[in-house]
Design a protein around this ligand. Structure first.
Ligand code: GDP
Ligand code: MN
Length: 376
């Protein structure tokens, strides 16, 4: 789960990192009141879960409370890269002397943590890295050791950050670890005219699998943002949207993952992962098929079930129920094997739906599905 800037700074402050005084609101009139409380001048900042707000006009310096109200009115409702601004944050302006970049991220490629830091903060780090790769330090972090004062000092040195940033570098690591984050990023981390080190912007991505123990966020996994994933979650289905065209349904995560591989091996791309689970009922099968068929990218569906606790005739009943309820226009390849396979196949034979093709082996089913998907 990505956090808003104002939530990220809440975490920073809780771990002793200095952030400017700020408040959020969804009303221009309240923005004026807040600006007055902050001393008159205020930075008005769109709260959206995307970067580059400054460039898009979503960050503005207001000289007085009336200006803050006007900027809030302009920014609220704005569209930034497809995100509509519903909230603005008003922050006490900081006199910036230098802008730095620092982030810690879980690096899946190496299976470790990576610290990225640069003395050229403020703009997007990808641009700095592309133009002047030497200006960006990338240092692996030993997860057992973490970011100690010594390793933070080495990081600061490598990136050309002043020694006064070391304390913040250590505290930011504490944020990553204690708050179960996969990413923490501060851009810019600034040195003020007075020499203080202040986090002026923050991005934090939390590990959804740890949210149960992070009571600050309600202890719940957020609803998926993909509409198909959200629909599947409401029906209690284990569904992940993928990029291809063959809708894949199976029972058991291992079998479904193998089915994805076999589909890919036949030159097609899976459109999803959907595990109807062990002991799935006809209703679960019908719900699953409805979700997969609702995906406009799907041109063919492959149902691969090996009946163990799940009886194949229950799966076949679910398919028949879904055929009547959803009225598909795309072909289905069904491979039933294991518990009650003969009865399941007989149910489908009896229904004799023109779009349903039965296959006896997993590989044969994948080959047929790949053929039908690309023919569509
Ligand atoms: P982003 O564009 O979404 O990354 O938003 P930021 O919060 O990073 O703000 C963009 C830029 O606005 C920063 O890099 C700063 O240059 C500037 N900015 C933000 N807050 C202040 C502030 O308090 N004082 C000054 N002088 N500039 C600020
Ligand atoms: Mn920024």
């Amino acid at each position: 789960m990505d956090l808003y800037e104002h939530q990220a700074r809440e975490l920073f402050a809780a771990h002793g990192i200095v952030v400017p005084r700020a408040e959020i609101t969804d009303s221009p009139e309240r923005a004026r009141v807040i600006a007055r409380r902050l001393g008159g001048r205020a930075v008005v900042k769109a709260q959206v879960k995307t970067g580059g707000r400054g460039k898009a006009g979503g960050v503005a310096l207001a000289a007085d409370p009336a200006g803050a109200e006007a900027e809030a009115r302009r920014i609220l409702g704005m569209d930034i890269k497809g995100h509509t601004v519903g909230t603005v944050m008003l922050a006490q302006p900081v006199d910036i002397e230098s802008e730095f970049y620092v982030s810690y991220v879980l690096d899946r490629a190496t299976g470790g943590f990576l610290a990225v830091a640069s003395a050229e903060g403020g703009t997007e780090i990808e641009e700095v890295a592309a133009l002047r790769p030497d200006a960006v330090a990338r240092v692996p972090v030993d997860p057992a050791e973490g970011m100690t004062t010594a390793s933070a000092a080495r990081l600061a040195q490598a990136a050309g950050l002043p020694p006064t940033t070391v304390d913040v570098l250590v505290r930011l690591w504490e944020v990553l670890v204690r708050e179960d984050a996969l990413l923490v990023e501060v851009n810019p981390l600034v040195r003020t005219a007075r020499g203080d080190i202040v986090a002026l912007d923050g991005k934090v991505t939390l590990d959804d699998n740890a949210l149960f123990r992070q009571t600050r966020w309600g202890g719940e996994r957020p609803a998926p943002e993909d509409p198909l994933e959200a629909a599947a979650a409401r029906k209690g289905l284990h569904y992940v949207k993928l990029d291809g065209e063959v809708g894949v349904i199976g029972n058991g995560a291992g079998l479904v993952m193998s089915t994805l591989d076999v589909v890919a091996g036949r030159g097609a791309r899976p459109a999803d992962f959907l595990d109807i689970g062990g002991g799935a009922s006809a209703q679960v099968m019908a719900d699953g098929l409805a979700v997969v068929l609702a995906d406009p990218a799907v041109t063919c569906v492959l149902v691969n079930v090996f009946g163990g606790i799940t009886a194949c005739d229950a799966v076949a009943d679910g398919i028949v129920r879904a055929l009547d309820a959803v009225r598909p226009t795309k072909p289905l390849v069904v491979r039933l094997d294991g518990n009650n396979a003969a009865r399941g196949r007989a149910v489908l034979d009896a229904r004799a739906h023109p779009l349903v093709h039965q296959a006896t082996t997993m590989d044969g089913a994948a080959a047929q599905a790949a053929r039908l998907a690309t023919a569509a």
